[in-house]
Design a protein around this ligand. Structure first.
Ligand SMILES: NC(=O)c1ccc[n+]([C@@H]2O[C@H](COP(=O)([O-])OP(=O)(O)OC[C@H]3O[C@@H](n4cnc5c(N)ncnc54)[C@H](O)[C@@H]3O)[C@@H](O)[C@H]2O)c1
Length: 366
């Protein structure tokens, strides 16, 4: 198969759909790989790195789309790319169709084969192509939180690890899922005291088994949240209700109960946030302050560490990309139920029910 790796042109996106290690595997399997010049630069991979493993570098994004049977990327195509997409071309990337009717309509019109990373789903209901980004965001949440706890940026002026003779900082983690566990692990590693809350006892039992004793589990309810916000320096929001808006576990009135300079990193901002006062921010302007509480709520946290994020993403997408290239999309999806769940739009027809529901297009399912 001929596989194309275009440069991401969405604002502030520095990740790339495939690393040189991925190109190496595809070329080893007798596929041709076209990489747009400079596509990997934002993630620290240069043209010569791709050429060394057998990729052909093309000058323009138009050439990559025109000459490839399958496009592997990171973000959904933006408007500029719509007309470059060819009928029958496989697009393997994050789409998040339910949040954009115009993107969905454009992909239907182009009659491409759209396989969405975010809906590839394992038997146990986990989403293997989303997990690495939650891992990145969870770990980064502590790095960012520690930074904004510093006084010059209006934080409490607390060093998370403390020092001999001074108690460590206290971190409250809401949700013991992928984000929450990675955040708890990082905070514990710095020496902070960690309290982690969830409503799922299985998750709490797991955390209790694997974490050191300074990571304490408690059931998530309003009483416990109100109690802990008064004494914790950094609060991480990592809750998720699948397919729904995140619940507002911290309401506006609770900010007054927190000490000035408390920092909230609401990772769940992409699902509306689990703090009433959360609104999406960007890496250029990541924080704002309400009632002396610092809010950090960047919607694409992994974008700030493109090297790690690209590696983490492509580690999990490559086996599927290889399968698609080796077998073609129909046979690959027939043989792999997880990959089949990623099929969203096929040759002009929506085949993923949630997209139909999102836009109220009943009766339109293929
Ligand atoms: N901002 C970013 O850049 C970024 C990056 C990656 C993920 N995310 C978001 O982070 C959020 C968490 O993702 P995840 O992969 O960890 O999800 P997950 O499904 O692994 O974990 C969510 C956890 O929240 C728990 N939960 C649900 N209701 C709760 C409540 N009332 N109190 C406490 N816990 C509750 C669930 O039991 C589950 O354990 C999602 O919204 C995801 O989209 C954001």
């Amino acid at each position: 198969m001929i596989v194309g790796i275009p440069k991401e042109i969405k604002n502030n996106e520095s990740r790339v759909g495939m690393t040189p290690a991925g190109v190496f595997e595809l070329v080893k399997n007798n596929h041709t790989v076209y990489v747009q010049s400079g596509a990997g630069e934002g993630s620290g991979f240069f043209n010569k790195d791709y050429q060394q493993v057998g990729a052909v570098i093309l000058d323009t994004i138009g050439q990559v789309y025109a000459m490839s049977q399958m496009i592997v990327k990171v973000k959904e195509p933006i408007e500029l790319e719509y007309d470059m997409i060819q009928e029958g071309q496989i697009l393997f990337t994050y789409f998040h169709f339910a949040s954009s009717e115009s993107l969905t309509k454009a992909m239907i019109k182009r009659k491409a084969i759209c396989i969405a990373y975010e809906t590839v789903e394992d038997e146990d209901g986990t989403l293997p192509l989303l997990t690495p980004m939650s891992e990145v965001a969870g770990r980064m949440a502590i790095q960012q939180g520690a930074k904004y706890l510093e006084k010059p940026v209006k934080g409490r002026g607390v060093l998370l690890g403390g020092v001999p003779g001074v108690a460590p900082g206290r971190v409250l983690v809401l949700g013991a899922g992928v984000v929450g566990i990675q955040a708890a692990k990082m905070a514990a590693g710095l020496g902070a005291h960690v309290t982690i809350l969830d409503i799922n006892m299985k998750r709490l039992r797991y955390v209790n088994d694997v974490m050191p004793p300074h990571v304490v589990t408690e059931f998530s309810n309003e009483f416990n949240i109100r109690k802990h916000i008064k004494t914790h320096d950094l609060i991480i929001g990592g809750v998720l209700l699948k397919g729904a808006k995140a619940p507002n576990l911290i309401t506006r009135d609770m900010l007054k109960e927190m000490r000035p300079g408390t920092v909230i990193v609401d990772v769940a901002v992409d699902q509306g946030g689990c703090v009433e006062t959360t609104r999406p921010t960007t890496h250029e302007d990541p924080i704002y302050i309400i009632d002396d509480v610092v809010h950090y709520s960047v919607a694409n946290m992994p974008g700030a560490v493109p090297y790690t994020s690209t590696m983490a993403l492509t580690n999990v997408t490559l086996p599927y990309a290889l399968k698609l290239a080796n077998l073609g999309w129909e046979a690959a999806c027939d043989k792999d139920d997880a990959l089949k769940k990623g099929l969203s739009i096929v040759a002009g027809k929506v085949v993923y029910e949630e997209i139909i529901d999102a836009f109220g297009w009943e009766g339109a399912l293929a």
